[in-house]
Design a protein around this ligand. Structure first.
Ligand code: RIB
Ligand code: CA
Length: 311
């Protein structure tokens, strides 16, 4: 399976990327970076660090958008992920240098070079994907599958009462991507915040899963330390790893539903809200498969495979 990961390189992104690197069936063609949890520069640096920690092969990194489509100042989530975005487990240097080709162009080119073969998993705001669609009208059709972590499909926002972080950072991009999927009759696979909440992992289970002296396990233990200090929950929630797990091992999906999804771009209280159309009719043709339930044991097995790689 040819995979591209688009990431804003926070703690859960790091675990998701480690999962992708550890999966025997995944051929990681590239990683594209985007602002979100941290700045574009930090997300790009963190991606290099994560690849270094995993002793990954020379996987191309392409820098994407430093700002949302229509906003001048990018937000961030350093309050959640720490100043370096990796809970203090980051490194000051990396051996990896991003390519000069912008991510939007690289995404469109790679999809055209490998028609119908690439699974693109997005772990941050959809700004790069929106640009790729604008740069190449066939981008979505050229992709094999688009798997998106984002959205609050039952109205349970995590950043505002209405909106999940990835969609709120760039609501215009999210609205554009789902409208383009609808036009192209493409169904993106959507792993939402509520689906993340439906799959908690007890901290005690997580601690036993990440033991070990190997560099990856140590790296995840250090990030977990930050999680324990700041998230103050008896469970851990892994949105980005859940999206990658669904992309790499769709057999773990237990319950999903095909729906028409839109995102509110207006500058109102519900900005970034995920609107799900539960009606039936030609105007409600689905553009998304909302994953509701996965096999929790298989999900944890994929996490263990990720964290214990190189051990
Ligand atoms: O709302 C969760 C999402 O926002 C995850 O992708 C997390 O990394 C942050 O980017
Ligand atoms: Ca993310």
């Amino acid at each position: 399976m040819k995979v591209i990961v688009d990431t804003d390189a926070g703690i859960d992104d790091a675990i998701a990327l480690l999962m992708t690197l550890a999966h025997p069936a995944a051929e990681v063609l590239a990683v594209t970076t985007v602002m979100g949890n941290v700045s574009l520069e930090q997300a790009t640096h963190n991606t290099g660090v994560i690849l270094d920690v995993a002793a990954a092969p020379d996987i191309p990194i392409f820098k994407g958008c430093a700002r949302p489509l229509l906003q001048c100042v990018p937000p961030d989530a350093v309050s959640v992920h720490g100043a370096d975005g990796l809970g203090g487990a980051g490194r000051p240097t990396t051996t990896r240098v991003p390519y000069s080709e912008p991510a939007g162009l690289a995404l469109a080119r790679l999809a055209r070079e490998h028609p119908g073969q690439i699974t693109l998993v997005t772990l941050g705001p959809l700004t790069n994907v929106a640009l790729a669609i604008q740069l190449d009208a066939d981008f979505l059709v050229n992709l094999g599958q688009l798997v998106i972590m984002g959205g609050s499909i039952d109205g349970r926002g995590n950043t505002t009462p209405a909106a999940e972080f990835n969609f709120l950072v760039d609501p215009e991009a999210a609205a554009f991507v789902f409208a383009a999927c609808h036009r192209a009759r493409i169904e993106a696979v959507l792993v939402s915040w509520e689906t993340t909440l439906a799959h908690p992992i007890p901290l005690t289970s997580w601690d036993s899963l990440i033991t070990g002296a190997a560099p990856v396990a140590q790296f995840v233990q250090q990030m977990t330390g930050h999680v324990k200090r700041t998230w103050r929950s008896s469970n851990v929630f892994w949105p980005d790893p859940l999206a990658v797990a669904v992309a790499l091992a769709p057999e773990i999906i237990g319950e999903q539903e095909r729906r028409l999804v839109a995102v509110e771009p207006a500058r109102v209280a519900s900005r970034g809200h995920t609107i799900v159309d539960y009606r039936f009719g030609p105007e409600s043709a689905p553009n998304a498969r909302l994953v509701r339930k996965v096999d929790g044991v298989k999900f944890q097995n994929l996490l263990q495979q990720a964290v214990q790689q190189g051990g």
